[in-house]
Design a protein around this ligand. Sequence first.
Ligand code: ZN
Ligand code: FE
Ligand code: FE
Ligand code: ZN
Length: 300
Amino acid sequence: MYHLFMIDYHLHGNFCGHAEGELEEYVLEALGKGFVEIGFSDHLPKVVNPDPYHAMLEERLPEYVALVGHLQRKYAGKITIRLGIEADFFPGFEDRTRSLLASMPFDYVLGSVHFLGDWHFTSKAHRDRYETEDPGVAFPRHFELLGSMIESGLFDVLAHPDALRKERFVPPLPPEREYAGIAALLAARGMAIEVNTAGLRRGAGSIYPDPALLAACHGAGVPVTLGSDAHAPVDVGRDFTLAFQLLERTGVTEIATYEGRRMTRRPIGEFRQVAGSGRFYDMLSGGEALWRKQHEPNRP
Ligand code: ZN
Ligand code: FE
Ligand code: FE
Ligand code: ZN
């Protein structure tokens, strides 16, 4: 029996150079899969070194906001569509980031770290750096950035906090103290943490975050959002059965939703469909099949 969550708060689209598909194609995909609420979270224009491959240029931001508004009206009554954005944290550029975020009526802001200095560690173009970078240096620096990001107060949700992690690129020691620190900071700031299934597709081999970090956050009372980080329409809701299993194991019973940057905690049951009921859609994917092979080898 598989459960699916019918809410996805981390969707991209062709406003950035590294994703494909019109925003409307994501809406149609979500409708087809039975989603009741989605949120677009394309990349906020970079406030340093603008780069249309990573994020739309600033002059396109109004177009993005207007298009999401158009889709909200066009599909009203069928699906709730939130206007989100995924914003990078660049220390030293907080004021610039704050004013850009305040310039548009966002429902929520995902906060992300994608860069360590000149290393764009989430980019395919920089993947070879994983061979030469030292995890003993990279992870402490990354944790420090995450801490400053949370304390900046600019963001609502901490997105993929361990996107730096890859199968063979992990912290030298289990970062229990760092996880506890992140959880405490999130709780103090009233932020949520995202459960993001893209980790299954991007070399980490498991969902972001590390279950130990999710457990620390849950223990500190930090609420959870859910996202596929789809960069193509077909990935909407990808691997959400596994996300559900992770939440269930962790004891999470509520999902955080946002409107006008105000959070509401809602019971998970509101967004759950059980396989075989309603408009169930089989989202079994390559990532999920691989995970099952590793974790449930005897399952037919
Ligand atoms: Zn992206
Ligand atoms: Fe990201
Ligand atoms: Fe993303
Ligand atoms: Zn992302």
